[in-house]
Write a new protein. Structure first.
Ligand SMILES: [Mn+2]
Length: 336
């Protein structure tokens, strides 16, 4: 089918306009065929993006467009502001926003949407966020994701571009989690990491080996990246893992560090070797940490086990605070 519905946009500068765009998003999502929970998530995303505009730029525009591509239907949300843009240093954290108030965070927006891009406006006077949510014919069969995620990512101090990236994405009863580190730091590392993340997001349902092969192609004209990906099956109590290059991976339970993983050396984008795909057991109480080399590998879970019952976000931030190195971009993802 093709949509006859056109884009709708609202200039956002006050709370009433946030409520208005939220209502339009819900109606549009219903017309497209999203279920109630999905409509709620879409409306949360729209509301977060609109509130961000008011907080950081006072004024901007949210545009909603029904989209159709490769037999998929979905909704595209664009948020554009003419302010200075927000500081990515903290904006990607869940639950923390740069103005210091407790927001949902762009990390959550990233997770709730199937595609997510932050672009600086050409004239560098503002920020443009483009995200899409696709209608899945059997979206997760009504199952709830049994995992909890925490993530912290920031560029090297005094850099504006983050050369690290991460991905947390639910796909039909499984969750794909990954950390990507573009070689070096700064703009060029950011460019490489974004190319890799975009490829992974668009092919997240492909086998891990194919994703690595595709990222190697997608990053061939960049500096390249190191990358680790894990796919958690919601019902099987297992996860598949694959990694090329030095992304640290640890799995622990109580005071024990569990598995050792096989990690191939190399740079994805520079004819990296194929990663070894391993299938690993996931038991009750297990936790997984993935982090880039902006975080020291010399840490032990027993130094943080006090936080075991805390939210994954708190654990990610605690480990970051203690182990971060200030000469590189730093990213950590926790799954529990
Ligand atoms: Mn690094």
């Amino acid at each position: 089918m093709t949509f006859q519905v056109e884009s709708q946009y609202i200039v956002i500068s006050n709370a009433a306009e946030v409520i208005a765009i939220r209502r339009i998003a819900k109606e549009m999502a219903q017309d497209i065929g999203f279920d109630e929970r999905e409509r709620e998530e879409i409306s949360l995303v729209v509301s977060e993006l609109a509130s961000n505009i008011i907080k950081y730029a006072q004024r901007g525009v949210i545009t909603l467009t029904p989209v159709c591509s490769e037999q998929r239907e979905g909704l595209m949300i664009e948020a554009e502001d003419d302010g200075k843009g927000f500081n990515e240093y903290t904006a990607m954290q869940d639950g923390v926003s740069t103005s210091g108030t407790l927001g949902m965070g762009l990390g959550a927006v990233n997770r709730l949407m199937d595609e997510f891009d932050i672009l600086a406006r050409e004239d560098r006077t503002g920020t443009r966020i483009v995200c899409k949510r696709w209608l899945h014919d059997n979206s997760n069969h009504g199952q709830q994701c049994p995992f909890e995620f925490g993530v912290f990512s920031r560029p090297k101090p005094n850099e504006t571009a983050n050369g690290d990236s991460f991905i947390i994405k639910n796909i039909r009863g499984a969750t794909l989690v990954g950390v990507i580190d573009g070689v070096g730091h700064g703009e060029l590392a950011n460019h490489a990491a974004n190319a890799a993340r975009q490829y992974v997001e668009r092919h997240c349902e492909s086998p891990l080996l194919d994703i690595f092969r595709g990222v190697d192609r997608a990053c061939s004209s960049t500096r390249g990246v190191v990358m680790a990906l894990a796919v958690f099956d919601w019902t099987q109590s297992t996860f598949c893992f694959a990694s090329v290059g030095n992304i640290e991976v640890k799995v622990f339970n109580d005071n024990r560090e569990k598995s050792k993983f096989i990690v191939r050396r190399g740079i994805v984008g520079k004819h990296a070797p194929q990663p070894m795909i391993t299938e690993n057991k996931w038991q009750h109480g297990d936790m997984l940490a993935l982090h880039s080399d902006g975080i020291s590998t010399h840490w032990h879970w027993h130094d943080f086990s006090y936080y075991a019952s805390h939210p994954a976000q708190v654990i990610a931030e605690q480990i970051y605070n203690v182990t971060q190195k200030d000469h590189d971009d730093a990213t950590i993802v926790i799954v529990k």
